[in-house]
Write a protein that binds this ligand. Sequence first.
Ligand SMILES: Nc1nc2c(ncn2[C@@H]2O[C@H](COP(=O)(O)OP(=O)(O)OP(=O)(O)O)[C@@H](O)[C@H]2O)c(=O)[nH]1
Ligand SMILES: [Mg+2]
Length: 298
Amino acid sequence: MTARRAGFVALLGAPNAGKSTLLNRLVGAKVSIVTPKAQTTRSRLLGIRIHGPAQVIFVDTPGIFEPRRRLERAMVRRAWRAAGDADMTVLLVDAARRPDAREANIVSGLGAGGRKAVLALNKIDLVPRERLLARADRLYGSGCFGDVFMISALTGDGVDDLLNRLAEGLPEGPWLYPEDDLSDAPLRFLAAEITREKLFLRLHDEIPYDTATETVGWQEFDNGGVRIDQTVYVRRTSQRAIVLGKGGARIRAVRQAAQRELAETLDRPVHLFLTVRVREGWPEDPERFRDLGLDYNV
Ligand SMILES: Nc1nc2c(ncn2[C@@H]2O[C@H](COP(=O)(O)OP(=O)(O)OP(=O)(O)O)[C@@H](O)[C@H]2O)c(=O)[nH]1
Ligand SMILES: [Mg+2]
């Protein structure tokens, strides 16, 4: 029998590179929320995949960018810490975007870590092949990468090759999580994230970044149904009006979409109740940071 392997693989990259999309594809289930907006993921989240004798534990991380607010600083700190703690790091690069200073910063941060990372050029479904090769060459020239893969997290192209390489690279040892686990995130957290995704998809400009969601109640009934109560936090009264929408239309749409996905995910009837509260200081509230597993003092 082949010896078992297990370990952590951090998925690192700029905001919007496709880290959460890749995590979900690798796990084969939606564990992490995905939106076209940057800075969707706020915390570290595990997605677990058994591949042959290996248990590959993927670590989704917040995108790395120039942080301004405390919450953003904590998010970026969390991403780097995940890379430091992991057995291997994959840098995901959005091949459809031009290389910029942010990308250079991440590459030099990886170089400073000393270990070679795996480069995954993502979104190859959007870019002509010649351009991909030139981009891969330039990045490989940094000396930070041991392997280069070209993938589309969206279509799945190239993802199996990447998975094979990662599974082979993990240390021998017993599996670290029960065989059926897909994630380490509690259902209450995943449920709040699903609502945040629906909210992000329906809000514009800066408002998404001023919102947070929390599951505050979870009541299971004998008939198999579950009642989930959540709070949506905003920072200003004007934002509350926008989140509610005209005659409550926006929050109704968010609630319906989130409830539908929750019912599918949990495979039972769900009644979702949302309350929108103004809490000006939520991005400075230590409790929110604790919920997200982020350091407050950054
Ligand atoms: N065309 C294409 N789109 C992709 C691909 N991978 C991800 N996307 C899209 O890119 C957007 C961002 O994807 P996410 O998975 O949320 O990106 P992320 O890196 O987790 O972003 P943050 O959490 O904000 O750091 C979404 O609209 C995805 O559908 C891909 O391979 N091809
Ligand atoms: Mg993400």
